[in-house]
Design a protein around this ligand. Structure first.
Ligand code: FE2
Length: 382
């Protein structure tokens, strides 16, 4: 395992490479504790007079998060209306329907409850409610990020959306997903590990792989700084403490809290750096094969680490508790199943990423089509 003496041997982060010019911004006020929502009514009281709750169909009820929020709102005398139609990988049309509901009901703030889909939709809805005269193009057409107040309550352990500035929506006409260009941070994130206990096992496993991907990709990132890597280091250590229970289905409350905290730390890291090549490769796979985001992202992580400088990938593997790349891949398959993606889909994902120079530039090492193909087809073509 790597010790403290090894840290200095690793490739330097951005600030050291280019001169000291680092920035770390985390405008979301984060609360993490058991009964977090009920313990902090002041967060809702400060937000407005009528809430638009944005959720999926069932999970926010199953895990108790919606009833916690509704109970706090009722105690405060704050009215609410609920939009519960956010689908997995929400599309622009869903955002526009929710805005119509929110505006017609006179809501003046948004509470997003759920996984990445509900929270990403909530961010975009909060933006569009502030700009009622604008059409759907505005989601991708302007950099004015003013929005109505926004509170996020995560209930899975992967997206980190509660602390990131991005809202990833599906664009059916382009047959892929894309982040809105606006920095859309929430005002507050209320994090309670108890909600995660109610998530289906496959959701916990897929989202935990997504969080691990965020940690790896933020660290192996051209925009990494010592500050963003601080989040990665802490996130990997906390993630590794509870990663084994993911395979044994024997989690206790501490594990749920650990996985959610690691996810939030991973979110703080990618809020600074963005994600890198595995996420870029995953988007068309998710769209074409309807594969869960974390599973699609996780498919490419070992290949990405294999392409990185060995010292760095070993540091990441060891901090996450893996002996080597094969151990990481074994873990991925135990978590997400034996995933096989057709070669033509992998070629398509490479083609799509080659057309995305800003994502390609996130790799902290030379990356051309050959390197991308090696990552996509790792450990080798059949
Ligand atoms: Fe992700």
């Amino acid at each position: 395992m790597y010790g403290a003496q090894d840290v200095g041997a690793r490739t330097q982060a951005q600030g050291e490479r280019k001169g000291v010019k680092m920035r770390f911004s985390m405008p979301v006020t984060v609360y993490e504790e058991e009964s977090c929502v009920r313990n902090h009514p002041e967060v809702f009281a400060a937000a407005g007079k009528k809430a638009l709750l944005v959720t999926g169909r069932h999970s926010a009820d199953r895990n108790g998060a919606a009833s916690d929020v509704l109970s706090v709102l009722e105690d405060l005398g704050i009215a609410s209306v609920r939009f519960r139609e956010v689908e997995e990988n929400p599309c622009v049309e869903t955002v526009m329907r929710a805005r119509r509901l929110g505006l017609s009901e006179g809501a003046d703030f948004v509470v997003g409850i759920g996984g990445g889909s509900a929270m990403d939709a909530a961010k975009a809805i909060a933006l569009m409610m502030r700009h009622p005269e604008e059409g759907a193009d505005y989601l991708y057409g302007s950099r004015d990020a003013s929005r109505v107040p926004l509170i996020l309550v995560p209930t899975t352990c992967g997206t980190g959306s509660e602390v990131t500035p991005v809202s990833v929506l599906t664009l059916p006409e382009r047959k892929t997903k894309a982040s809105t260009p606006h920095p859309l941070f929430a005002d507050a994130a209320l994090i309670d590990g108890r909600y995660l206990a109610f998530a289906p096992e496959t959701v916990i496993r897929n989202t935990a792989m997504d969080a691990l991907g965020h940690l790896f990709e933020s660290y192996l990132n051209a925009d990494a700084t010592d500050y963003s890597r601080m989040c990665v280091d802490a996130g990997l250590k906390i993630w590794s403490r509870s990663r084994d229970v993911l395979l044994r289905s024997a989690a206790i409350s501490e594990d749920y809290a650990n996985l959610m905290r690691a996810s939030t730390l991973a979110g703080m890291a990618i809020a600074q750096t963005g994600t890198a090549l595995p996420h870029g490769l995953s988007y068309p796979i998710t769209y074409d094969l309807h594969m869960a985001h974390g599973r699609a992202v996780g498919y490419f992580e070992a290949g990405y680490l294999a392409a990185a400088p060995e010292e760095e990938s070993l540091y990441l593997l060891h901090t996450a508790g893996f002996e080597n790349l094969a151990a990481l891949q074994d873990f991925y398959e135990a978590m997400c199943g034996n995933t096989r993606i057709p070669a033509e889909e992998l070629e398509h994902a490479v083609d799509m990423l080659c057309e995305n120079p800003s994502k390609l530039a996130k790799a902290p090492f030379h990356c051309d089509r050959d390197v991308l193909r090696r990552i996509a087809f790792w450990p080798g073509e059949d």
